[in-house]
Design a protein around this ligand. Sequence first.
Ligand SMILES: NC(=O)C1=CN([C@@H]2O[C@H](COP(=O)(O)OP(=O)(O)OC[C@H]3O[C@@H](n4cnc5c(N)ncnc54)[C@H](OP(=O)(O)O)[C@@H]3O)[C@@H](O)[C@H]2O)C=CC1
Ligand SMILES: N[C@@H](C[C@H]1CC(C(=O)O)=NO1)C(=O)O
Length: 327
Amino acid sequence: SKQIRIGIAGYGNLGRGVEAAIAKNPDMTLVGIFTRRAPADLVPLGPRTSVYAMGALAEHQQAIDVLILCGGSKDDLPAQGPQLAAMFNTVDSFDTHARIPEYFAAVDEPARANGKTALISIGWDPGMFSINRLYGEALLPDGVTYTFWGKGLSQGHSDAVRRVPGVKAGVQYTLPSPEAIERVRSGARPELSTREKHTRECFVVLAEGADAATVEQAIVGMPNYFTDYDTTVNFISEDELRRDHQRMPHGGFVIRSGNTSEPHAQVIEYSLQLESNPEFTASVLVAYARAAYRLNQQGQIGAKTAFDVAPGLLSPKSPEQLRAELL
Ligand SMILES: NC(=O)C1=CN([C@@H]2O[C@H](COP(=O)(O)OP(=O)(O)OC[C@H]3O[C@@H](n4cnc5c(N)ncnc54)[C@H](OP(=O)(O)O)[C@@H]3O)[C@@H](O)[C@H]2O)C=CC1
Ligand SMILES: N[C@@H](C[C@H]1CC(C(=O)O)=NO1)C(=O)O
């Protein structure tokens, strides 16, 4: 059967994860990596992986079936998403939750105008956790839903920290409140504010001549990322960052507690334990790239979210095989 030809736009943690994930999917072929940096500056995982300048995308439109956008949600995807959805079928992991409706609209228009399919906000949150929040509400209408993340490294928040003027490098960890989790698991169905559920801890390497207090304020006061949380900023050296903060574990769970009738409490839970946040997210993006290709073949164009994609489209198995093996 036909190989699905994939391009990677943007080569950071996520881009590298997509390169690794493609090797695990025999129906996929990597056409190349497209970067805003000088291609010669990149050291891809695969020695034979082609690296091109982002500007070379235009001449690869016929060579790529699906372009996976691996830019940062804070500053890259708001520009790259709409621009590239006009040229390619795309999949991205846009995760600035408050801005997803406006991003959807900004991508939908160029995608539709050019007969392209654009799957946005794919990953685990937003993405797999979103789907499980939907299942919880739809299957147990009378109930409450909670989402907890970590302790782990948030790539979206780490990307946002790195974009602050005066930050040379940095990471952000998300810490769930043990008390909040305890109250939820006790079945008490507590009212919990955003601030009561998680705290955020940043480790930052200051750029030469930057002012620590100014950088700290820019982080803790950042709308959509940090303002709703108690956030700490620790300033460390480049050596400490390299020594103590190279790993990117994460995870969490979505739990729905509901009643189908007064005496019967029902609980749904979906959880993730990730040694590598970027590699798992990339693996989700690659499975959804398969769906994006098929949806476009079916004439399903425009922007879509994980809510709009039938699960069978993610699988390399045919519907007949799925019915025989997984139903
Ligand atoms: N929905 C979800 O569940 C998840 C979503 N995400 C999203 O994925 C986004 C990307 O995360 P991540 O890959 O960790 O971000 P990175 O900071 O690693 O990369 C972002 C972009 O920065 C550029 N870049 C990367 N490394 C360097 C470097 N050394 N010097 C200069 N530029 C560099 C790359 O663009 P270029 O090659 O063009 O220079 C890259 O596309 C996050 O912002 C987050 O929003 C992540 C995890 C889960
Ligand atoms: N989008 C997140 C994935 C999860 C992790 C997270 C958080 O720690 O706030 N929110 O959603 C990421 O970029 O890692």
